[in-house]
Design a protein around this ligand. Structure first.
Ligand code: GCU
Length: 432
């Protein structure tokens, strides 16, 4: 992408590194210190973007590549094929006949790809046209999302915090243990469909790099990740994209492919935003309480104790991002982007940053600043962006296209949050 000549002009010295997909970007040492937020509408070589066309053709692809090279790692390519191996069951009497629930087992074709992904899909029965859908990545398994005896109980690793787990393995006792977070009844009542998959189907949330799908995409002879190969969050985002593939190819009679909403909580929210930034088939993103590495700025004081820093996240979760990101642990000001650029990559599509006031670790104030800094891209694309100059007060959702909500309470996903998600989706995409 960058000829050496352009690199000389932009950085005064030619320290480039070739990304794993053959692009050339500056070495960490050649990146300038920038305490201020990089302008999303200025290219790496200093060129200002003034037209929607240049945003779409030049800056957007550049930002997508920059985020992958320096932070998340490059998402794996599409699998050679994705096969719907089995529909495990269909229950058209779910929620007293209000919804039809089914679960699919997907297999990916490609060298060494042996992983399977289970996707649960719940569609409202009362509808006159295909329903918009919330596509979510969950922590503990589809069986934890609603209490239903037929949902597959996952075999592999699960978090120790998951209800009903024994020795990091799911059991029958986990059924419905996260139903209070997901409120599928409310979603169906509002006319939306709901689909979900478990993150560990793609990659267990452990520092071990060989237990996910990633090695299936290694180059011949490669035994460990290169500095910009996919970290776990990028791999999970790939999972979102496969979920979209499924909905679009198999459910278009009942689900509207133009109204797919990506939603996730916390680390899964970071993933939902990345997935939306990278794939325009996602119509709206709700990265709930996503914080550092998702919706909150990386440019915060490196000694912050209140908010999560780049160094902290890379130390505690060394597998979430690519190895290049650790270079920025003490120098987030060298990043050629910040998280406002990830929100901007979703433009002109709506995005809601939702938060809780006791969850200062996720930096709710900083998240509002990210929306403010993403706003010029929305304006360039001639749509409304952020509808307020100051952060909205507690309990007052801002339903502009760049939306924001700060509620009372702590780090969790509640029925109240879902009320706001549904209102936001109604306003931005139209009622079902
Ligand atoms: C930790 C981590 C956060 C993350 C959260 C979660 O608190 O520091 O970055 O969002 O876990 O996923 O629950």
């Amino acid at each position: 992408m960058y000829s050496n000549l352009r690199c000389w002009i932009a950085f005064g010295l030619c320290l480039v590194c070739r990304t794993s997909v053959g692009l050339e970007f500056p070495e960490f040492a050649a990146l300038p210190d920038r305490a201020e937020l990089p302008d999303p509408l200025v290219m790496l070589d200093g060129t200002r973007i003034t037209t929607a066309n240049d945003w779409n053709e030049k800056r957007r692809p550049e930002l997508k590549a920059l985020f992958q090279h320096y932070m998340y790692g490059f998402l794996p390519p599409k699998p050679q094929a994705m096969v719907l191996e089995e529909v495990l069951f269909t229950d058209d009497q779910f929620l007293g006949g209000k919804a039809t629930m089914s679960e699919c087992r997907l297999a990916f074709k490609g060298p060494d790809l042996t992983h399977r992904m289970h996707v649960l899909v719940v569609v409202p029965n009362q509808r006159t046209k295909p329903a918009p859908v919330f596509l979510a990545m969950n922590f503990c398994g589809n069986h934890a999302m609603v209490n239903h005896p037929k949902i597959h109980v996952p075999e592999g690793w699960v978090y120790k915090s998951c209800g009903g787990q024994v020795n990091e393995r799911a059991t029958e006792a986990g059924r419905g243990t996260q139903a209070h977070d997901w409120n599928v009844d409310l979603i169906i009542e509002h006319g939306y469909a709901f689909a979900c998959f478990r993150s560990a189907d793609l990659d267990p949330d452990t520092p071990e790099f060989s237990d996910g799908i990633e090695p299936a995409f290694y180059a011949p002879g490669q035994t460990s990740p290169r500095p910009d190969d996919a970290g776990t969050i990028a791999t999970w985002a790939w999972g979102f994209h496969r979920g979209v593939d499924l909905l679009v190819s198999q459910y278009s009679q009942s689900i509207d492919p133009s109204r797919i909403i990506a939603v996730g909580h916390s680390r899964n929210g970071k993933t939902a935003l990345l997935a939306a930034a990278m794939d325009e088939r996602i119509a709206l993103a709700i990265p709930h309480q996503a914080g550092c590495g998702g919706t909150a700025p990386s440019r915060i004081p490196v000694d912050s104790k209140k908010m999560e820093t780049v160094a902290r996240i890379n130390t505690h979760f060394p597998h979430w991002f690519c190895d290049n990101f650790t270079l920025f642990n003490e120098h987030p000001e060298k990043l050629p982007f910040d998280q406002h650029c990830l929100a901007a990559l979703c433009a002109p599509r709506p995005v809601l940053f939702s938060n809780a006031v006791e969850d200062q670790w996720a930096n709710p104030d900083g998240q509002f600043e990210m929306l403010k800094a993403a706003d010029p891209v929305y304006r360039l694309l001639k749509v409304d962006g952020l509808g307020a100059k100051e952060r909205p007060a507690l309990q007052e959702p801002l339903y502009s296209r760049l939306g924001y909500f700060l509620r009372k309470g702590n780090h969790s996903m509640t029925r109240e949050d879902w009320g706001v998600f549904l209102d936001f989706a109604d306003i931005q995409l139209g009622k079902p």
